[in-house]
Design a binder for this molecule. Structure first.
Ligand SMILES: [Zn+2]
Length: 482
């Protein structure tokens, strides 16, 4: 059995001014993939490779490229990665299947739906009979082109995502079942006209928990071999925005698959009003008021409008400006990306005082409108390998970095010698907190701040998203087509 593996994973935020270039990607290709290099570690591809290895499959490693969610991918970057990936598929003789680790929701200049484009290219190389099976993120936006060119999709079932590898295992397991029993499989898909943010659909909380509980994965030739829901990604203005129900069956059980996809889609639609913020959410000022009244430190507030894990630029100083104006004591702001400010602090040296124009205060403007502050340079160091400084402004510590980073792992603070337990209030650039940050606080708050990941979806100026779509449009009738 010869199975090609690889994939490209990107969640593209089309609202940010940041473009995503080739240098932004972590890339691994060829045989190096088999040793699970850093780029592959913890991803669905790791699960795919491990399962295939355990089953003594001959693995044809292609290319895996991944980067933190960010803006639209430059066409040249995509073309480069696509060519390297497809060349390896092309050069592989007699493949029995292709199992890919994708995200879904990847958008490229002049291409648009890049997941669909990539799958279409793979299909044109391997022909119509070779199964193409994809592991996808729960926040994938499914498109016509994706469904037309792949045989099966298997999605994560947790957000925060703690089952990436497990999903890879499932995708590989499905491929093995198909090949061992010479099954022909197909996907039934219902696209639901809905936008929902990850912050309204954490999987431990209803209604998402309830819907996930209805999903199955039993790739043993039963009628329904696997079912998944995909919540889409609301910070992309694309004509194919939707939430999806996907059911994988054998060709013979296609009508059972269609009925099950409709049932899941109806369940999601009926619960559309129940997708509310799974963390308490208020304007920033209100979050601070609550935090100051709380006795158990630290209270962690997510600056959710500028969330890098959903592609935001992470350079907005709006939340910091409010912290300063409200004269908040013993607080930490993690982080603000500003390379020029970092350079100025390094040139001035530790303990010196500097006048800085930091970040941006106007989320609609790419440049200008910085926050002017006088700060003391407290420390210069590396945070998760990224050059960073700690600034002191009044009674607030601010981490300024040279590069965007997910505020996911508290090591980010530990690397700079900071102990989160010593602060009353910590503001992080995040949506829902990572399990690690969640564990540090008795109470997490979502600050509804402006930015590229504005959680108030009804206020986002979508231009090309197809209407009607909930919640931008509330009063319209929809039912899955029979
Ligand atoms: Zn996701």
């Amino acid at each position: 059995m010869r199975i090609a593996v690889g994939g490209m994973q990107h969640e593209t935020n089309t609202f940010t001014y940041l473009k995503t270039s080739l240098e932004d990607f972590s890339i691994a290709e060829g045989d190096s993939l088999l040793a699970i290099p850093e780029a592959v570690e913890g991803t669905s591809l790791q699960g795919i490779i491990e399962t295939l290895k355990e089953n003594k499959v001959e693995i044809i490693p292609t290319l895996f490229a991944y980067t933190l969610p960010s803006g639209t991918i430059e066409k040249a970057a995509y073309d480069n990665l696509k060519e390297r990936f497809l060349t390896r598929i092309q050069d592989a003789d007699q493949l029995d299947a292709v199992v890919l680790a994708m995200h879904g929701s990847m958008f490229v200049e002049d291409v648009g739906d890049a997941d669909g484009d990539l799958l279409e290219s793979v299909r044109s190389i391997v022909g119509p009979r070779i199964p193409i099976i994809c592991a996808l993120d729960l926040h994938a936006t499914i498109t016509n082109k994706m469904v037309k060119n792949a045989n099966a999709f298997v999605g994560y079932r947790t957000a925060p995502h703690i089952d990436k590898e497990a999903t890879g295992h499932k995708a590989a397991e499905l491929a093995l079942e198909v090949l061992r029993n010479s099954l022909e499989i197909t996907t039934s898909w219902v696209s639901i006209p809905m936008l929902v943010s990850g912050e309204q659909s954490e999987t431990k909380v209803a209604p998402t928990s309830k819907i996930i509980a209805e999903l199955v994965h039993m790739p043993d030739g039963e009628d329904i071999m696997s079912s998944s829901i995909f919540l889409g990604f609301p910070w992309a203005d694309v004509p194919f925005n939707c939430v999806s129900a996907i059911v994988v069956t054998t060709q013979g059980a296609k009508s059972a698959g269609e009925a099950e996809a409709r049932r899941l889609a109806e369940l999601i639609w009926e619960n559309r009003h129940e997708f509310v913020f799974t963390t308490e959410a208020y304007p920033m000022e209100e979050c601070l008021k609550i935090a100051l009244e709380e006795k158990s430190a630290p209270i962690i507030i997510a600056d959710s409008g500028d969330n890098p894990t959903a592609g935001a630029s992470e350079d907005l100083a709006i939340a910091l400006d409010i912290l300063i104006k409200q004269r908040v004591k013993n607080a930490l702001m993690a982080v603000i990306v500003d390379e020029a400010a970092y350079d100025k602090c390094v040139a001035a040296g530790v303990n010196s005082h500097v006048d800085l124009d930091l970040g941006r205060l106007d989320p609609t403007k790419e440049q200008g409108s910085p926050l002017s502050i006088r700060a003391q340079v407290k420390k210069i160091g590396l945070s998760k390998g990224i050059p960073s400084v700690i600034l002191r402004v009044d009674d607030i510590d601010v981490i300024v970095t040279t590069k965007r980073t997910a505020v996911y792992d508290p090591e980010l603070l530990a690397d700079l010698g900071l102990d989160p337990r010593e602060y009353e209030i910590i503001v992080v650039k995040s949506g829902y907190l990572s399990p690690e940050f969640q564990a540090l606080t008795k109470r997490a708050l979502l600050a509804l701040t402006p930015g590229d990941t504005n959680l108030l979806l009804e206020t986002i100026p979508y231009q090309v998203t197809k209407r009607p779509i909930y919640p931008l449009d509330k009063e319209f009738h929809w039912r899955p087509k029979a």
